[in-house]
Design a protein around this ligand. Structure first.
Ligand SMILES: [Zn+2]
Length: 260
């Protein structure tokens, strides 16, 4: 079976069963987000949402920390802070985030890909398989990767520089022949300004000691779990720098520099 056929069959089976969006549970599959990607690009690196708050909205997600102190990865309810040394540290529930995306991950289907992939071909394969580019997907792939190239971001001091300036000096780490979890989200292109259009992936090694924001990877096989959802809940700051920030700019060029 081709990837498309496999996906279509699984999708159809779920739809027939009437549980594609698990409507029985009102907040199942709801993607929760605090603040916006454009606010982060503008250097708004302090938020009021604690990780205790965030954990109420899910067990799976990504984001960053106040002061832009590293990359956040949450998998199976465990939250990690990947600092600029590339290492993963446990997150204190009292810590706060300026930007995070989280959900209760409950995959709708699994896609097996048995061919060489890098990030662009992985993205193209999933793009070809998903039923619409206009809804949201959470993606998780646990396995062995030939190579995963990740970055983290160093903690910033006020006055905060914009994110494009921060990433010019970002530390990059290459993990070879590594086991771990590749995870993240696909947002629609129209979400530009709100979140990262397309795929935004983070990585955590299987021993939970390292990871980061995924720049590229290579693998020969991936089993990809996908949670399909059309529920999106965004909570914005209601005080501080966010209130006066210019958040309607076209940031597509900046996003390409910062996220890819
Ligand atoms: Zn990231």
């Amino acid at each position: 079976m081709s990837l498309d056929d496999t996906f279509a069959a699984a999708f159809h089976a779920h739809r027939e069963a009437g549980d594609l969006f698990h409507e029985s549970s009102p907040h199942a599959h709801e993607v929760f987000q605090t603040s916006t990607i454009n606010a982060l690009l503008e250097g708004i690196y302090d938020g009021g949402t604690s990780f205790a708050d965030l954990a109420q909205h899910g067990d799976f997600g990504l984001g960053t920390f106040n002061g832009l102190d590293g990359e956040m990865t949450a998998v199976d309810g465990e939250f990690f802070q990947i600092k600029s040394d590339g290492l993963a540290y446990p997150v204190d529930p009292e810590m706060r985030t300026p930007f995070a995306v989280i959900m209760h991950f409950d995959p709708t289907l699994t896609v097996e890909i048995d061919e060489h992939m890098d990030f662009p071909s992985f993205a193209a394969a999933l793009d070809a398989a998903v039923p619409s580019k206009n809804i949201f997907y959470a993606i998780k792939s646990v396995g062995r990767f030939r190579e995963v190239k990740v970055r983290s971001v160093p903690k910033q001091e006020k006055p905060y520089p914009p994110l494009v300036e921060v990433v010019e000096g970002q530390p990059v780490f290459e993990h070879k022949d590594v086991e771990g979890t590749l995870m993240g989200f696909r947002f629609p292109d129209y979400a530009q300004g709100i979140n990262v259009p397309g795929y935004h992936l983070h990585f955590l090694t299987a021993d939970k000691t390292a990871g980061g924001h995924v720049m590229d990877f290579h693998t020969h096989h991936a089993s990809v779990e996908i949670d399909i959802t059309s529920d999106f809940h965004m909570e914005l700051p209601h005080a501080g720098d966010f209130m006066d920030a210019e958040l309607a700019k076209d940031t597509s060029g900046d996003i390409a520099k910062v996220e890819k």
